[in-house]
Design a protein around this ligand. Structure first.
Ligand code: FAD
Ligand code: SF4
Ligand code: SF4
Ligand code: SF4
Length: 391
């Protein structure tokens, strides 16, 4: 008997189309509802004690983390929120005891996986108790910028939008009275679109999770109705097989043409990531330290960039006491405040963008630490996105 019930009928490396047989989940799901269906099975069989997912709060710009322990509550968590820029890794350490005492299932994007691996390496969380269902990720849009973009580029009141999706390279909105799509390229040329760290991100299919789910490669009569699932671990194979055996999900082999298309789209996204890295990093160029000094002079020393970074877990209170190089209360802070932070985190910065997203002074912090990390990666191992962890 496998961990999630039944012996696996799929194996690591398999690629299938999957869809839920639960009518309520199907109605709310982004595609086939495989992710939510799998969590339902995992909770019902007590393979996990709780799942950590993302759900819509007040509106679609308000993505909230949710801990679900009863499968009946899962339907409210189905669907993709592309303006959901939160990172779940640190949440596990802060609020779920690092999964040291409970078995936790988590829906993860590439940056969530990398954050979890970094925390596991630092013995802050127990990966053995964590099951990860990954979602492919083309990028997310900052909610504040999304509202401005919808007003300026779509000519629509952002409060009237009830659905958004990214499909075939377009950001599409549905609102009272119609729907409209604009190509992401056009939006980004105009300074809108995905967060800048997402444009540079090259972790599109989260293969370090147990399963990697997405819409790329779902073609034919299943297009828009099934989730493409790549099985990435034995744990993932057992979970998927158990859900199929229990009748929660149905699967069929992925169309070979679809597999080919998915690989091509992933390759194109990686090239696009390289293009943005070249553009962003060359703009920094030889004046990098000068730029960092100028930009960080706006800092109000709120410590949010430290508090929310998944590779850093210094107690902010300790920092506030000051040190040889940083005096408490000094504003703008001595440049050493930032240089010390960059020295501390840049070798393992995962380019998740949390520091930048949450900085009240709008300092492009992730750009700086990502540039330093990528420079370091030319000589050191492991490279960004290739880090592993073994107990
Ligand atoms: P559902 O059953 O609807 O479950 C969706 C799960 O995603 C839920 O657990 C929900 O809590 C979680 N979730 C929703 N929003 C977020 C968020 N912002 N961060 C973390 N978790 C979230 N697939 C592709 O093939 N190509 C892409 O370019 C692509 N881009 C994506 C970008 C984002 C920001 C997100 C969140 C997903 C993206 N996906 C992409 C994945 C795709 O949209 C579906 O999530 C996936 O196919 C699973 O579909 P489903 O019907 O099985 O999921
Ligand atoms: Fe997705 Fe990468 Fe952006 Fe994370 S950093 S939201 S994985 S594109
Ligand atoms: Fe300074 Fe921004 Fe960091 Fe706050 S989040 S300490 S303002 S750099
Ligand atoms: Fe993420 Fe910023 Fe920390 Fe890098 S420095 S891991 S981008 S929060």
């Amino acid at each position: 008997m496998g961990l999630f019930g039944g012996s696996p009928s799929v194996r690591k490396g398999d690629m299938v189309y999957a869809w839920t047989n639960d009518a309520e989940i199907k109605q709310k799901a982004e595609l086939g509802g495989a992710v939510t269906g799998l969590w339902k099975h995992a909770l019902d069989t007590h393979a996990v004690d709780a799942v950590l997912v993302v759900k819509k709060g007040k509106d679609l710009y308000d993505a909230q983390p949710a801990i679900v322990t009863k499968s009946a509550d899962l339907k409210d968590t189905a669907g993709s929120l592309h303006c959901g820029t939160l990172l779940l890794a640190k949440f596990v350490k802060k609020y779920l005891d690092g999964a040291k005492t409970k078995k936790i299932g988590i829906t993860v994007k590439g940056c969530d996986v990398m954050g979890l691996l970094e925390l596991a390496k630092r013995k802050q969380i127990n990966l053995d108790n964590i099951t990860m269902i990954g979602v492919n990720c083309g990028g997310s849009v900052s909610p504040v910028l999304a509202r401005r973009m919808i007003a300026d580029k779509y000519g629509v009141d952002p409060d009237k939008v009830h659905k958004e999706e990214i499909d075939k390279g377009q950001f599409i909105i549905e609102y009272e009275g119609g729907h409209k799509g604009i190509s992401v390229d056009e939006l980004e040329e105009a300074g809108y679109g995905r967060r800048s760290n997402c444009r540079r991100c090259k972790y599109k299919v989260p293969r370090q999770a147990d399963l990697a789910c997405g819409n790329w490669g779902v073609i034919g009569d299943k297009a828009g109705k099934a989730t493409f699932v790549e099985v990435c671990s034995d744990k993932g194979a057992t979970l998927l097989s158990g859900a199929v055996k229990a009748g929660v999900l149905t699967t069929e082999a992925a169309n070979p043409k679809g597999i080919e298309i998915r690989a091509k789209v992933e390759g194109a996204m990686l090239k696009l990531g390289d293009k943005w890295r070249r553009k962003d990093f060359s703009a920094l160029g030889a004046k990098m330290w000068e730029t960092i000094n100028k930009e960080t002079s706006r800092c109000i020393k709120c410590y949010s960039c430290i508090e929310n970074c998944p590779v850093c877990f210094t107690a902010a209170d300790e920092l506030k006491k000051g040190s040889l190089m940083v005096k408490p209360g000094e504003l703008p802070p001595n440049p050493m405040f930032h240089l010390r932070r960059f020295a501390h985190i840049s070798d393992s910065c995962i380019n998740c963008g949390q520091c930048e997203e949450l900085c009240p002074a709008e300092i492009p912090l992730a750009l700086f630490s990502h540039a330093i990390r990528v420079e370091g990666d030319t000589a050191f191992e492991p490279k960004l996105g290739q880090s592993t962890y073994k107990n």
